[in-house]
Design a protein around this ligand. Structure first.
Ligand SMILES: Nc1ncnc2c1ncn2[C@@H]1O[C@H](COP(=O)(O)OP(=O)(O)OP(=O)(O)O)[C@@H](O)[C@H]1O
Length: 278
């Protein structure tokens, strides 16, 4: 289990995690949702050790995240960040192989190459293996980075908006593959998604962030409802369930706009004389 306890993150006086506690279990797909700028990427970077928390504890398998053992900590992670630009002169196969950088030697083992080719085949991109990555489309880059993250064989796999550049077909290819691998390999998978209906279909556990706070968590069918959508996004929505109980969110167009998001951001400024302003 990955355990987060009383996590507080403050960057440039902005409160990005406020007394956050949660547990992520192996074999489960955890999906983080929430408005722009609410701290979703910051939370992933904090779990990875890229951003230092103000206070709180992050632990996994009897190990607690500590600055002095960062490289050891990170070996357990596969991390696919939000930025999908690949401005390097490498082939697709080479980029996928970089997922195994920790174990690669001077001579490449045939089985490692075979594994990388199989990873590409499974996501339908074997035909790109010899292409230059810097000549790929944004969506193709995103899929290649996904294959690279899988090659790491992580215990904890983190993906930041992994389907943001993908068409409908590849959204489901990536998410189906992710779901299958998570369950087969007993990974802890945690990803950020903006599409509530994809989140509803693929999450075993939904973490709902707003203004740096975890305001709800649980199975989508238990927590996704019109009141939550309104509270988080200030958008009206109908939420129905299909035959298997998966929620479907239909948003309702509104004809006026409000500045609620801007107001919320103002309230999050950290005051060093008080614990938190909110
Ligand atoms: N290193 C940093 N120093 C200062 N502020 C930061 C830093 N990283 C992020 N921020 C700020 O923290 C806020 C939250 O950023 P973050 O990327 O975590 O949001 P997010 O929820 O992932 O947003 P989005 O959905 O738009 O990707 C933003 O206002 C951002 O500018």
């Amino acid at each position: 289990m990955l355990q987060v306890t009383h996590l507080n993150v403050v960057l440039d006086e902005l409160v990005l995690a406020k007394n956050m506690s949660f547990t992520l279990e192996p074999g489960k797909v955890n999906v983080i949702i929430g408005p722009n700028g609410t701290g979703k990427s910051t939370l992933l970077k904090t779990l990875f050790g890229d951003i230092q928390a103000k206070s709180g504890e992050i632990s996994f398998a009897n190990q607690t995240l500590q600055r002095k053992q960062l490289s050891q900590w990170r070996k357990q992670f596969g991390y696919m960040p939000q930025d999908i630009r690949l401005d390097v002169e490498l082939s697709v196969l080479e980029v996928v192989l970089l997922g195994q950088l920790n174990t690669l030697g001077f001579r490449l083992d045939d089985t490692v190459i075979e594994e990388a080719l199989t990873a590409l085949d499974k996501i339908g991109l074997l035909h790109l293996a010899n292409r230059d990555v810097n000549k790929l489309s944004g969506g193709q880059c995103q899929m290649i980075l996904f294959a690279q993250a899988l090659m790491r064989k992580p215990k904890i796999l983190m993906l930041d908006e992994p389907v943001s550049a993908l068409d409908l077909h590849f959204q489901h290819v990536l998410l189906d593959h992710l779901d299958t691998q998570t369950k087969q390999q007993d990974w802890i998978t945690v990803m950020v998604l903006h599409d509530l209906n994809l989140a509803a279909q693929y999450a075993d556990n939904l973490l709902v962030l707003k203004d740096g706070q975890l305001i709800a968590s649980g199975h989508p069918s238990d927590i996704l409802n019109p009141a939550l959508v309104k509270a988080v996004y200030n958008v009206d929505a109908d939420v129905t369930k299909d035959a298997s109980g998966v929620p479907f969110v239909r948003t309702i167009r509104r004809h006026t706009t409000t500045s609620t998001h801007v107001e919320n951001t103002k309230q999050r400024v950290f005051n060093p004389t008080a614990e938190f302003l909110i």
